[in-house]
Design a protein. Structure first.
Ligand code: FES
Length: 112
């Protein structure tokens, strides 16, 4: 079974975590099941960017994001070439290393 390594995130998983998952689940669902509470303000319908992650390893094993996801990602805080929306990123048969960005767009707007 593929593994997802979550890199440490100050609030969500300070020590980092490793999860074994079935291929076919989304990265978000895998994280939530593990108790890593990645925000998902639109309830996984690709209409916010709060579930933004950066896939540090294994990015190319994922299906390409569709246009809607790309459009949403443009609004994400801290966008990188390997950014994805975790509610849309489906784990294939390769291991992934995932970084959860420090902020979401909701937190950033609260600070300004
Ligand atoms: S939960 Fe809103 S886009 Fe993923």
């Amino acid at each position: 079974m593929p593994k997802i390594v979550f890199l440490p995130h100050e609030e969500l998983c300070p020590e980092g975590d490793v999860v074994e998952v079935e291929a076919g689940v989304t990265v978000l669902d895998a994280a939530l099941k593990q108790g890593i509470d990645i925000e998902h303000a639109c309830e996984k319908s690709c209409a916010c960017t709060t579930c933004h992650i950066v896939v540090r390893e294994g990015f190319d094993s994922l299906e390409e994001p569709d246009e809607l996801e790309e459009d949403m990602l443009d609004k994400a805080w801290g966008l990188e070439p390997e950014s994805r929306l975790s509610c849309q990123a489906i784990v294939e048969d390769k291991d992934l290393v995932v970084e959860i960005p420090r902020y979401t767009i909701n937190q950033v707007s609260e600070r300004h």
